[in-house]
Design a protein around this ligand. Structure first.
Ligand SMILES: *[C@@H]1O[C@H](CO)[C@@H](O)[C@H](O)[C@H]1NC(C)=O
Ligand SMILES: *[C@@H]1O[C@H](CO)[C@@H](O)[C@H](O)[C@H]1NC(C)=O
Length: 353
């Protein structure tokens, strides 16, 4: 470090002296606190608490080690480039990073595992995410339905247990709630960036959009900041006309496909912390397989705000699962594979077989 003027050098020295005296004073009053579950282990690291320095204590009603369960989707997520096994299922790593980026960890809920294992894993998580994909039948549908029903009953039993349904996840939830497997309609919104038209600004309160800065909300409705990639969807009219769906969901936003047809792009349950997206909040930051995915700073902020909302909901969950059981089931026990080298599809996928 070179100082070309003496005052700057003195300022630097002064800071050094001030720092060293304050650490000396502080360390005399330092207490060592072990993180929960780390007592006596050599990996355990110390968190220094400086007495006299006021760090407001975290909200005791919130949980700061939240874990999200993500249900795997059939196939390898890479058109057979990674695995052709009929047992294979996958989670695109973008959903995992989306959750991790907001301060939570992920436990994969492997859709074709026996239900008693899946239901035990559901006890280890503070919320659930259904990814995009294409599968709408068979065991995958059955698993999604059971996890959805579990989500509602955990909330009915008094927990706050959020669910995000993204793209296919939204379509499946619409099918389950309406009890109509043909409730969705065809739309032309493959590989397309779009805006969001907010249905009613007074519904923004208490929704995923609540903490968006007004200027970003405005841009969301005028610029193409979100990524769409779907052939199916539901029109606002069809949702409103279906009694079960219209009493379950309020429409937060709509978007327009390539043929100017309007579909519901974001919806939120009235009575449950369930938010559904026809668009892909995870892609703006973590997927590169299409040149149309928005990667501007505003688009990145959209991803970050949506992830923050999801995990802020998961922190409200009352579940405090045993740390070791959580670690045994975390996605860190698996290694993602680079599937995007072909220049298309998901960049990284976790494959389970
Ligand atoms: C899966 O099958 C396809 C078509 O036969 C083949 O090209 C591909 O290499 C196979 N994938 C793996 C991982 O073996
Ligand atoms: C907007 O939402 C509020 C509160 O949910 C409701 O009272 C109002 O009627 C809605 N306005 C329209 C135009 O739907």
């Amino acid at each position: 470090m070179a100082f070309h003027d003496r005052p700057a050098m003195w300022r630097f020295l002064w800071i050094l002296i001030a720092l060293s005296t304050s650490t000396a004073a502080a360390s005399a009053a330092t207490q060592s606190i072990l993180l929960p579950g780390e007592e006596g282990t050599e990996e355990g690291f110390l968190v220094e608490s400086l007495s006299g320095q006021s760090c407001p204590s975290p909200d005791p009603l919130l949980y700061y080690q939240p874990v999200v369960g993500i249900v795997t989707h059939p196939g390898d997520g890479a058109s057979g480039r990674l695995s052709n096994s009929t047992r294979a299922s996958n989670i695109p790593a973008s959903y995992v990073k989306f959750v991790e980026s907001a301060g939570a960890r992920v436990i994969p809920l492997i859709y074709n595992e026996p239900w008693d294992i899946l239901s035990q894993k559901l006890e280890l998580v503070n919320g659930v995410l259904f990814t995009g994909g294409w599968a709408k039948m068979g065991l995958y549908f059955d698993t999604i339905k059971k996890v959805f029903e579990e989500t509602l009953s955990k909330n009915d039993a008094g927990d706050h247990f959020p669910l995000f349904g993204i793209c296919l996840g939204f379509e499946l939830i619409s099918m389950i709630v309406s009890e109509d497997n043909y409730i969705c309609e065809p739309f032309s919104a493959r590989n397309q960036a779009s805006s969001l038209q907010f249905a009613n600004m007074s519904d923004i309160r208490g929704s995923v959009f609540e903490r968006f800065p007004p200027e970003l909300l405005r841009k969301l409705s005028t610029e193409c900041l979100v990524m769409q990639n779907h052939r199916m969807g539901i029109s606002p009219r069809r949702l409103q006309e279906n009694g079960a769906l219209s009493s379950f969901f309020k429409i937060l936003s709509t978007s327009t496909d390539e043929n100017n047809e309007v579909y519901v792009s974001t919806a939120q349950a009235y009575r449950y912390p369930v938010t559904c997206f026809q668009w892909h909040p995870e892609k703006n930051v973590f997927e590169w397989g299409s040149s149309l995915i928005p990667h501007t700073e505003d688009a990145v902020r959209v991803t970050q705000m949506v992830a923050n909302y999801f995990i802020s909901e998961a922190r409200r969950s009352l579940r405090r699962p045993p740390a070791k059981k959580v670690r045994d089931n975390l996605i860190y026990n698996f290694v993602p594979t680079y599937g995007g080298k072909a220049g298309k599809g998901y960049d990284q996928v976790y494959v389970f077989e």
